[in-house]
Design a protein around this ligand. Structure first.
Ligand code: GLN
Length: 555
C-alpha cells in the first residue's frame, strides 16, 4: 500500500515548498523508494494553460500533454521521473468535475456541497496517482495555510489520513523563521501561528521545515519543537542555499528523510547521494564565465522561463561553465538597437511565447546572431522567428511573418496547423505533449542528440508552413528534423554557422541536473567556444545598465 506525504506551507508564499517536496522526493528515490508527486492547486483556473506567465510563471508541459504548474518541473527534475496530467489538480478542475456530475444527475437529487462532494473529488484526485509501482506519493498542497481557498484541500487531506490510516500519512509543514534586523533575532512566532492554524483544521504536522536566511540554532529548534508539539528531530532547517540543487543534501544533513522513513515504516537501501554530490561538486568548482542573453517578452518575471534557465544550468554543470545570464526585453531591441544590445554576449536564447509584442525584437536578435555567427538557440516561438528572419532577409520573402502575428502577411511562413482552424476554446487546443521527430543524419541536431529519432514535448498552435518548405531548402538552411509523416518541421539549423538552431519543441522540459538537454548542452558549448576568443573581461562593455539582470530591480 502506498504511503502519503502531504506538504503544506505557512506564513508566506514563495518559500520553496515545491522545491522542499522535490528534494524530499529525491532523497527517497536515492534510497530506492519509488516516488511519485502531485500538486493540488487551490485556484479556480481549470489548468494553468490560460494563465499569464507574468502572474503564474511558466506553464510546464507533461509528456501526456498536461499544461501544469511549474512546480511539476521541479518534481520531474528532482525525482527524474515522467509525471502525467494527473499530477496537477486545480480547484477549477475539481469543481468542474463536481458540477458536471451534478448536471448528469449523479448526486441523485442531493444537495451538492463542499463537504463531502468537493472533498471526495479531491480525494479521488489523490487516488489517481496511486499505482502499483508507487511506494510513496508526495502531495504538495498549493497556497498558504490560512487562505480561504485552501480549506477544502486541508479538509480532504485530513480525511484522507483517516481513510488510509495514520501510519500511512506524514504531514510536512514548511514555514518561515524571519530574521528581525533591529533586534538581531530569528523569530518563531509566525511558525507557531501557522501550526496553530493547521491544527485548527485538524492537522498536526509530523515535521516542520523552517526556511530561514541564516541557520537556526539548536535552542531555536528546541523551542519550535516544544511550542509546535513536533519532536526535535522533526524540526528541520533549510537556510537559504546558493543553488536549489544543494537542497537534497541540506535536508539529508538535517535528517528529514530519516524521520520520514522511520515514521512511515519505509525500508529502503542506504541513500545513494553520489549523483547529488557530483552536481554540487560541479556547481562549486571554478567555471569559465559565459555571457548568455535570454531575449524574451516576460523577462520581468524570470519564473516565466524557469525550465529554460534550469536547462542552461544543467548544461553549465556538465561543461564547467559559469553562466552570466542577462534578460533582454525583446521590445527594446527592435531595429538597429539589436547590435548594441547583443554584441557583448557569447550566445542568445530566444524562448517560447505568444502574441505580437516583442516579435520584431526577437526577429532582429535572430538576424544579428545569424549574421555575426553568434550561437543562437530558438525554442518554439524562437524557432518561428528564426524562420521568419531567414525568409525575409535571405529568401527575399518581404513581410514574411507568422499568421499569429500578422494574419494578412503575404508570406505566412509560420501558419496555423490545419487541425487548429476554427477552434475557439482556449483550453487545451494546442499541440501538446510528447512527439517523435526524425532527424537528418549528419545534422547538428542529430550530432547533439547522438540519435536520429528523438522525442520532445510541445505546446503551440502554429507551425512551419509546409508550402514554403522547398524555398527554405536552399542548401544553407536545413530542416534538420521533421515529424515521422514528414509534414511538420520540428528542427531547423544553418549549415555554415557555429550554432543557429531552432526547434518547434521545448527541450528544456526534459533537461535534468545530471543529464542536460542535448541542444542546450551544444548551444552552451558553442557559446563557451566564442567566450574563449573574446578579450579579457575588463575590455568587455559593461551592460549592466542596459539590460535587465537577474539581480536587477525587476525582481
Ligand atoms: N505562439 C506560438 C504558437 O502558438 C509559439 C508557442 C510557444 O512558443 N510555446 O505556435
Amino acid at each position: 500500500m502506498a504511503k502519503h506525504i502531504f506538504v503544506t506551507g505557512g506564513v508566506v508564499s514563495g518559500l520553496g515548498k515545491g522545491l522542499t517536496a522535490s528534494a524530499l522526493g529525491a532523497l527517497l528515490r536515492a534510497r530506492g523508494i519509488r516516488v511519485t508527486m502531485q500538486k493540488l492547486d487551490p485556484y479556480l483556473n481549470v489548468d494553468p494553460g490560460t494563465m499569464n506567465p507574468f502572474e503564474h510563471g511558466e506553464v510546464y508541459v507533461t509528456a501526456d500533454g498536461g499544461e501544469t504548474d511549474l512546480d511539476l518541473g521541479h518534481y520531474e527534475r528532482f525525482i527524474d521521473a515522467d509525471l502525467t496530467k494527473d499530477s496537477n489538480a486545480t480547484a477549477g478542475s475539481i469543481y468542474s468535475a463536481v458540477i458536471a456530475a451534478e448536471r448528469r444527475g449523479e448526486y441523485l437529487g442531493k444537495t451538492v456541497q463542499v463537504i463531502p462532494h468537493v472533498t471526495d473529488e479531491i480525494k479521488r484526485r489523490i487516488e489517481r496517482v496511486v499505482h502499483d509501482d508507487v511506494d510513496v506519493v508526495i502531495t504538495e498542497v498549493g497556497g498558504t495555510v490560512g487562505d480561504i481557498e485552501i480549506l477544502p484541500f486541508l479538509e480532504a487531506v485530513r480525511q484522507y489520513r483517516l481513510d488510509v490510516g495514520r501510519e500511512n500519512c506524514f504531514f510536512l509543514h514548511v514555514t518561515l523563521v524571519p530574521f528581525i534586523g533591529p533586534s538581531a533575532e530569528q523569530k518563531t512566532k509566525p511558525t507557531q501561528h501557522s501550526v496553530t492554524e493547521l491544527r485548527g483544521r485538524g492537522i498536526q504536522p509530523d515535521a516542520i521545515v523552517c526556511r530561514s536566511e541564516a541557520p537556526l540554532s539548536d535552542d531555536l529548534k528546541r523551542k519550535i519543537s516544544n511550542l509546535c508539539d513536533v519532536p526535535v528531530s522533526g524540526v528541520v532547517n533549510a537556510a537559504d542555499a546558493s543553488s536549489i540543487y544543494l537542497i537534497p543534501l541540506v535536508l539529508h544533513e538535517e535528517g528529514l528523510d530519516d524521520v520520514v522513513c522511520a515514521q512511515l515504516g519505509l525500508v529502503g537501501t542506504e541513500p545513494d547521494l553520489s549523483p547529488w554530490r557530483t552536481i554540487v561538486g560541479r556547481i562549486s568548482a571554478p567555471r569559465a564565465a559565459t555571457r548568455i542573453a535570454v531575449v524574451g517578452k516576460y523577462v520581468s518575471l524570470p519564473d516565466a522561463y524557469l525550465s529554460v534557465v534550469e536547462a542552461l544550468n544543467h548544461a553549465s554543470f556538465e561543461l564547467g561553465a559559469r553562466i552570466d545570464l542577462d534578460w533582454v526585453q525583446a521590445e527594446d531591441i527592435e531595429g538597429m538597437l539589436a547590435a548594441a544590445r547583443l554584441e557583448a554576449y557569447d550566445g542568445i536564447v530566444i524562448p517560447g511565447g505568444f502574441g505580437n509584442r516583442g516579435i520584431e525584437g526577437k526577429i532582429a536578435a535572430a538576424g544579428y546572431a545569424r549574421e555575426h555567427r553568434l550561437p543562437c538557440l530558438g525554442l518554439c516561438l524562437g524557432m518561428q522567428v528564426m524562420t521568419i528572419e531567414y525568409g525575409r532577409s535571405v529568401l527575399g520573402l518581404e513581410h514574411a511573418n507568422s499568421s499569429e502575428v500578422d494574419p494578412s502577411t503575404p508570406h505566412p511562413v509560420i501558419d496555423l496547423m490545419e487541425t487548429q482552424r476554427g477552434v475557439t476554446d482556449l483550453g487545451g487546443t494546442m499541440r501538446l505533449g510528447s512527439y517523435i521527430a526524425e532527424l537528418v543524419p549528419g545534422s547538428k541536431v542529430a550530432a547533439a542528440y547522438g540519435a536520429t529519432v528523438v522525442k520532445e514535448r510541445h505546446r503551440h498552435r502554429f507551425e512551419f508552413n509546409p508550402r514554403y518548405r522547398s524555398r527554405f531548402d536552399d542548401g544553407a538552411f536545413v530542416c534538420s528534423g521533421v515529424s515521422p509523416d514528414g509534414r511538420l518541421v520540428e528542427f531547423i539549423e544553418l549549415r555554415d554557422h557555429p550554432f543557429w538552431v531552432g526547434t518547434q519543441a521545448h527541450p528544456e522540459f526534459l533537461s535534468r541536473p545530471n543529464r542536460p538537454a542535448p541542444l542546450f548542452r551544444e548551444f552552451l558549448r558553442a557559446a563557451m567556444a566564442r567566450a574563449a576568443t573574446r578579450p579579457a573581461a575588463e575590455d568587455v562593455v559593461d551592460l549592466t545598465g542596459e539590460v535587465r539582470t537577474l539581480a536587477g530591480s525587476d525582481l
